[in-house]
Design a protein around this ligand. Structure first.
Ligand SMILES: Nc1ncnc2c1ncn2[C@@H]1O[C@H](COP(=O)(O)OP(=O)(O)OP(=O)(O)O)[C@@H](O)[C@H]1O
Ligand SMILES: [Mg+2]
Length: 413
């Protein structure tokens, strides 16, 4: 039944609800103003063609010539197009009145939503949850290797291990120290994530296994209703600082944490990991359905444990073939990569040096490099940050200097 809903991406006469469109727009950030376009009051109009399913979204910008416009438009299209019942998505831009601009500025400074997360994660960070329907398909291995590969490209990559009870990230990345609490500028205690430089890039890691007094045994106690609180703690009380990507390694089983993330961080995008077998593909479809129920964008599918290729060219499809492709097709999302079954992955995970960098010639490492390339250039591109709207407005209104003197209230750090 779940599967059925996912399949019905365009149902004639069953148009998408305006509320659903608004919900996915919560995931579109104005990186300069530091909040999503809904809470900033930038969404002026949503029009839905009840017959064809076309959606027209009108956005008010502070200045119509904003260079961020192209990125905001792409993000809107990517999110809204993923909703069932949506045909074409068109984005229109208008310019705000002076009064509207003042309101937006006020909202940018004081978080609009009461339940908005008080987090240190920059608005320019792309947040990617690595999820699957069932356990053991390689979520953590994909997270660790993708993170290492992105860092290798010179990026700063956060890794949040949301597998509270069964964390494996510290071991896989070889980051097994314990975190230190430190006070930030406002005097609030925060944990500094554990850091590991890779090439010219940097990993910032936070896991239940990194906190003093939570060995593998004690962590089991966190299972159940505490799970979401623990994830929220990681989001709010960790001094994440600058990051290009934040990868979240999801625990097996989906509902709780995914729904929590959807509420806390609606801009999260989900990558579904599956193995090539039919059964895994069906469970994975359910995970994708769950993500979409929370209005999270499903960015694509990664097939793991795909056929391995022997040096003589023979392919060994131990777990079958084609599951990733079929799932991607069924979900209407791209297949981002296929990672072959490769002993280098398991060995790298045990050694704390992901195969992606420890054995760059291995088939898995090459597949991870291709996956990283696909993510950075296409599927979940880096956020562009050009200042335009707000700064220009402030300058024009003669407000720039006072704002800058009052650092605590300025939306510009
Ligand atoms: N492509 C691969 N080739 C070989 N071994 C792999 C591959 N991917 C994962 N593994 C191995 O499979 C096991 C399970 O992987 P992993 O822990 O990443 O899965 P998971 O989905 O995170 O599991 P869980 O649901 O328990 O969190 C590990 O021992 C890992 O080393
Ligand atoms: Mg795992």
């Amino acid at each position: 039944m779940h599967l059925h809903r996912v399949l019905d991406t365009t149902v004639p006469g069953n148009p998408v609800a305006e509320e659903a469109v608004r919900n996915v727009l919560l995931g579109v950030m104005d990186p300069e103003l530091g909040d999503n376009i809904v809470d900033l009051g930038m969404v002026q109009r949503i029009e839905i063609d009840p017959l064809g399913g076309d959606v027209d979204v009108t956005i008010s910008l502070t200045t119509s010539g904003c260079p961020l416009r192209a990125q905001i438009m792409k993000d809107i299209k990517r999110r809204v197009a993923g909703l069932p019942g949506v045909a074409e998505v068109r984005v229109h831009f208008g310019e705000m009145t002076t009064e509207q601009k003042k309101n937006v500025m006020a909202r940018a400074r004081f978080k609009a939503r009461d339940n908005a997360l008080d987090t240190d994660i920059p608005a320019t960070t792309r947040i990617v949850a690595i999820a699957s329907g069932k356990g053991g398909v390689g979520k953590s291995s994909v997270t660790a290797n993708l993170a290492a590969q992105l860092a290798q490209r010179g990026l700063t990559v956060g890794v949040l291990d949301a597998d509270i009870g069964g964390f494996s990230i510290p071991r896989m990345l070889g980051v097994e120290g314990r975190v230190q609490g430190e006070k930030d500028k406002t005097g609030r205690a925060r944990f500094a994530p554990l850091e590991k430089p890779i090439g010219s890039g940097l990993l910032k890691v936070m896991s239940m296994g990194s906190i003093e007094g939570t060995g593998e045994d004690q962590a089991i106690m966190w299972r159940g209703f505490m799970l979401n609180r623990a994830v929220q703690h990681f989001l709010e009380d960790v001094a994440w600082g600058d990051m290009d990507y934040l990868l979240i390694d999801m625990p097996p089983g989906t509902a709780d944490i995914q729904m929590g993330l959807a509420r806390m961080l609606p801009r999260t995008e989900v990558v579904i990991v599956t193995t090539p077998t039919l059964a895994a593909q069906q469970v994975a479809a359910r995970a994708a359905d769950m993500a979409r129920k929370g209005y999270l964008r499903v960015a694509g599918v990664v097939e793991n444990m795909s056929a391995s290729v022997a040096p003589d060219g023979t392919r060994y499809a131990v777990f079958g073939a084609g599951g990733g492709e079929r799932l991607a097709e069924q979900l209407g999302v791209p297949l981002l990569g296929s990672i072959p079954l490769d002993p280098a992955v398991a060995a790298g995970g045990d050694a704390g040096e992901p195969a992606a960098i420890a054995t760059p010639q291995s088939p898995a490492a090459q597949a991870f490099a291709a996956l990283a390339e696909c993510i950075v250039t296409e599927a979940i591109p880096l956020v562009e940050m050009v200042t335009c709207t707000a700064r220009q407005f402030f300058k024009a209104a003669g407000l720039l200097n006072p704002m800058h003197n009052d650092k605590t209230r300025s939306p510009f750090p």
